[in-house]
Design a protein around this ligand. Structure first.
Ligand code: GRF
Length: 192
């Protein structure tokens, strides 16, 4: 990939829509000396996203965009990212689909975390579908973002066993714990 981790940390924006627990794990990771990234921007399409509070807590710039899937909003975002010298985007529970054009502008520099073992269960309601499917395992995946939803090159995955009495909630909780470890590992893998 075109990025390289020189002496300076890679300026990163995290896009969120909700709780932001993955954002929190990325912020904590970014503070470590070994981390190749710094988190410099939090962007959300949802002004009520709980994760935005982390911006205040950690003194990170936040920005809310009325994120419609239109070129105008995305152009504004692209300009804003450029102005802030952002070189990497981490999607973390971001519920909007980016356009082809946006992705082209950050080619190979957008990552996403997805709560399933891709290519299984792309899209929404992954835990429910894994349970209905009687899968033995589910898990999480970090991948590069490509124009096709949840289909970009996989960076790493973590398998999580599904228990007999798992509910959507219990499975989601166990997978989320693994997500928090997997995303930093993926970043280490890319830049080392
Ligand atoms: C995570 O399970 C992530 O994989 C999915 O949405 C959830 C976001 O959780 N895309 P959080 O906002 O990071 O707590």
């Amino acid at each position: 990939m075109a990025l390289s981790a020189g002496s300076k940390k890679i300026r990163t924006a995290v896009f969120i829509s909700g709780t932001g627990s993955n954002l929190k794990s990325l912020i904590k990771f970014s503070k470590l000396k070994k981390s190749p990234i710094s988190i410099d921007l939090i962007l959300s399409n949802n002004k009520k996203a709980k994760g935005l509070l982390l911006g205040k807590m950690f003194n990170i710039k936040i920005r809310i965009f009325n994120f419609k899937k239109n070129t105008f909003t995305e152009k504004k975002i692209l300009l804003f990212l450029k102005k802030n010298k952002i070189d990497l985007i981490c999607l973390a529970g971001f519920m909007k689909i980016l356009t082809k054009n946006f992705i082209k502008n950050f080619k190979g520099k957008i990552l996403n975390i997805h709560p399933s073992l891709l290519p299984q269960f792309k899209g929404l309601n992954t835990h429910e579908r894994a349970l209905k499917n009687n899968s033995k395992y589910s898990g999480c995946t970090v991948h590069f973002v490509s124009p096709k939803l949840d289909s970009g090159k996989i960076i790493n995955q973590k398998r999580v066993k599904i228990n007999k009495n798992d509910t959507i909630k219990s499975l989601a909780r166990r997978i989320l714990i693994q997500e928090h470890k997997l995303y930093p590992k993926a970043i280490m893998k890319i830049f080392n």
